[in-house]
Design a protein around this ligand. Structure first.
Ligand SMILES: C[S@@+](CC[C@H](N)C(=O)[O-])C[C@H]1O[C@@H](n2cnc3c(N)ncnc32)[C@H](O)[C@@H]1O
Length: 198
């Protein structure tokens, strides 16, 4: 069996994100995760939130790792990854009560962030929620010097990456009838932003 990919940060931030999802997804039956990455979050959250069906997804290059975590966890409520590139995606053939994504909005281009919100707006059911974890800027200001440095590092690596303005994401939400209903501060100067579909 291939060795599992492992991200230390995904292990560290799982508990605080889980506490938000426990609250926000308590009335949901299924969730689409965009950009499942290693697959660590999916198996941890699906194990703890066993009232949910957890649909993983990512670019094809990450699927082997995600499958390894899913196979080892052997949970009844987590599904093998869909190939999902938000920039080019045909819509997944389903709708969901919730969409979750972690540390993706600053990694993809802003055009892809626009496409991600459009996809969320299309697949999410009325009153469903979109929970997005990561660092954000608010009113043009970074919440810490370390996030300002992180943003500069990202943009040096690739000018299309960068920490997003929460207000710009709110505007994208409005176009999809997604209104922000929550904002949770979590450790490491990150947040979970929550938008609810009309
Ligand atoms: C920093 S990793 C975060 C992974 C995981 N969600 C986590 O928190 O550990 C960014 C993820 O976004 C995914 N990603 C980047 N561009 C994407 C796109 N256009 N569509 C879907 N996923 C994308 C990457 O493949 C990767 O899994």
């Amino acid at each position: 069996m291939p060795s599992r990919p492992y991200a230390e940060y995904a292990q560290r931030n799982a508990d605080p994100i889980l506490e938000v999802l426990r609250q926000e997804l308590r009335n949901c039956r299924d969730v689409l995760e965009i950009g499942s990455g290693t697959g660590q979050h999916a198996v941890r959250f699906a194990a703890e939130l066993d009232h949910l069906r957890w649909q993983t997804s990512d670019l094809a290059e990450n699927h082997e790792g995600i499958r390894t975590w899913i196979d080892e966890a052997d949970l009844p409520n987590v599904d093998a990854p869909l190939v999902l590139d938000v920039a080019t995606a045909a819509l997944p053939p389903a709708s969901y009560d919730a969409v979750f994504s972690s540390n993706t909005a600053h990694i993809m281009s802003f055009e892809s962030v626009i496409a991600m919100f459009a996809l969320v707006g299309s697949v999410i059911r009325p009153e469903g929620v979109f929970c997005l974890y990561g660092p954000f800027r608010q009113h043009g200001t970074f919440n810490t010097a370390s996030n300002a440095n992180f943003d500069a590092d990202l943009r040096r690596r690739d000018p299309v990456m960068g920490i997003r303005d929460l207000e710009a994401l709110d505007d994208l939400g409005v176009e999809q009838e997604l209104r922000r209903t929550g904002l949770y501060a979590v450790p490491s100067n990150n947040m979970v932003a929550v938008w609810q579909k009309k």
